[in-house]
Design a protein around this ligand. Structure first.
Ligand SMILES: [Zn+2]
Length: 150
């Protein structure tokens, strides 16, 4: 069974950004060459833009709807919907912050290296999770420690 694609980032597919063309390095290309960095910059910017538009849309949606429910029952339903939406927005805001941090790392040419052990995180892992700051080994260790802590 070799056609089973190796799902490195299965746990994080929900917050991944999928509409991009995978980067094909030319042979002998060094890791995080200028074109490679530009590739990830483009990816991060597109993802951030998408998230920001999403946040924008919700805010307007909530402002429009807020005035339209004079009935208290409707308002209660609406309020729980808003709470859900706000939670999603909060998650998105945190994600945008991580994207900004990744862009800073790109500027400093430190993007793409594990912040714990310093190895190359790898193009495919970064494409699956452009805000990753740990290599897969350190990430796994991290998760094990997290679990042990309970
Ligand atoms: Zn590492």
């Amino acid at each position: 069974m070799s056609n089973n694609s190796n799902n490195v980032a299965s746990s994080s597919s929900a917050d991944g950004f999928s509409s991009f063309t995978p980067y094909e390095p030319v042979s002998g290309e060094e890791y995080m060459s200028r074109p490679m960095r530009e590739h990830f910059r483009g990816l991060l910017l597109a993802w951030r833009k998408e998230l920001m538009e999403e946040v924008d849309r919700t805010v307007h949606h909530m402002q429009d709807e807020a005035a339209n429910f004079p009935d208290p029952n409707d308002r209660a339903t609406q309020e729980s919907e808003f709470t859900m939406e706000l939670r999603t927005r909060d998650r998105e805001r945190k994600l945008i912050k991580k994207i900004n941090e990744a862009l800073d790392l790109l500027d400093d040419q430190e993007y793409g290296y594990c912040e714990s052990c310093g190895v190359e995180i790898g193009i495919r892992r970064l494409e699956a999770r452009p805000t990753a700051t740990l290599c897969i080994d350190c990430k796994t260790l991290d998760e094990i420690r997290e679990k042990q802590r309970g």
